[in-house]
Design a protein around this ligand. Structure first.
Ligand SMILES: [Zn+2]
Length: 394
């Protein structure tokens, strides 16, 4: 038992930071063609509306250093600690092509670049192809128009559009034999290797919590929602479930790993349920016509808020017992205390984020409902100040 919980430590992956870069920054239109050319080989062609001097992408661990090869003659990629930069020795260029190999590694705080499916399909995280460009000393965000081309006979499923930031980061595109299946209000694409208990848990908790959020927060989904679930590394020990809500574009992606994926155990069901309810909470946090989450506002608001929303939903829908939720709260409170009640570490964002919401003295439902109204009225992102205003007006 201890073993599962220990191995579950790295869970509740967020809405990673890279989606939220500089909204004030000027933009440049960039057409990006993504072609699946062989089983584990991709070709990406960039065409810029104006000449640029560099293509500058946030580092994703060893991904680009290891798997990218610049095809355009005269151009090369340099990988620093923060950025991978493709340039032609300072000379301006209007297009660039790279060859990309499927990457099986990942960094704990980033989306997984590729998810393999048991049907032979692969999902590609398009956000890792997006970033900034430079024109001399000037930096511009890419306003991307992505086109996807699969192998012959291959079905390509594009992620829903980025509603909140047109031209901004996109989620996972699937290339393979499967079709997305409608399930209630959402569409799902589930790896055939997923064991029955997990498929059930994901679909059941997804349906129950989204129905609950819809009623409690008095909002329906703004986006078409596509849920992708893949599974990998059955050989590795333990159980890990990495979920990511891809904001503003109605996508939730889960990747499961480990031997215990095959094990139907109440503790694992509980863990999976929490993860699903948490990710669905993020989808509702963004069910607003403007405002919402922004990276420069404390991530503890989004993550602690999603934790509080999830626990409330799990009890109210009867998915988890009051005792299980209390035990989880106690565990998170203990973690937070160990972290000196701060939200400046990764674990603190979740654990102390939840504690902060629990200590506000206002229910999470009325609070977050007011936050949604406030963000839409003012266009401001969710913030500490917004929370303080709501709490003091109570
Ligand atoms: Zn999260």
């Amino acid at each position: 038992m201890q073993r599962f919980l220990g191995l579950c430590a790295a869970f509740l992956m967020l809405c990673a930071a890279p989606l939220l870069h500089a909204e004030e920054q000027p933009k440049l239109a960039v057409a990006v063609d993504v072609r699946h050319v062989a089983k584990d080989l991709w070709r990406v062609d960039y065409r810029f509306a104006q000449a640029v001097t560099a293509l500058k992408l946030h580092s994703i661990g060893a991904f680009r250093k290891q798997e990218w090869k610049v095809l355009t003659p005269g151009m090369a990629m340099k990988s620093g600690p923060d950025f991978d930069v493709i340039a032609a020795k300072g000379k301006p260029f209007k297009s660039a092509s790279v060859q990309v190999k499927t990457f099986d590694g990942w960094s704990p705080k980033e989306y997984v670049s590729f998810n393999r499916f048991g049907d032979g399909g692969t999902a590609v995280y398009l956000g890792h192809l997006q970033g900034d460009v430079e024109q001399g000393k000037k930096t511009l965000s890419m306003h991307t128009d992505i086109k996807l081309f699969g192998l012959a006979q291959e079905n390509v499923i594009a992620p829903p559009a980025n509603r909140l930031e047109p031209g901004g980061d996109r989620g996972y595109a699937y290339f393979g034999p499967a079709q997305a299946i409608p399930a209630g209000a959402v569409k799902v694409l589930i790896d055939p290797r997923i064991p029955q208990w997990l498929r059930e848990t994901i679909l059941d908790v997804g349906a129950k919590t989204s129905a609950y959020y819809e009623k409690a927060y008095q909002r329906s989904l703004k986006d078409e929602l596509l849920i992708m679930v893949s599974v990998d590394n059955f050989e590795s020990s333990g159980f890990s479930m990495k979920g990511g809500a891809i904001l503003g574009q109605g996508q939730v992606s889960y990747r499961l790993e480990g031997k215990q994926v095959l094990l139907d155990h109440p503790k694992l069901r509980e863990y999976a349920a929490l993860n699903v309810a948490h990710e669905m909470a993020h989808i509702w946090q963004m069910a607003v016509s403007r405002g919402g989450m922004r990276g420069d506002q404390g991530p503890w608001i989004h993550e602690g808020g999603a934790e509080a929303m999830a626990l409330d939903a799990l009890v109210k829908t009867g998915v988890l017992s009051e005792e299980s939720v209390q035990a989880y709260r106690a565990k998170q409170a203990a973690t937070c205390e160990k972290l000196n009640n701060t939200v400046d570490t990764y674990d603190g964002i979740y654990a102390c984020g939840l504690v902060r919401f629990d200590q506000l003295g206002i229910g999470i439902v009325p609070l977050w409902r007011s936050m949604m109204e406030a963000t839409e009225t003012t266009g401001d992102a969710y913030s500490q100040q917004m929370i303080d205003t709501i709490v003091s007006a109570k």
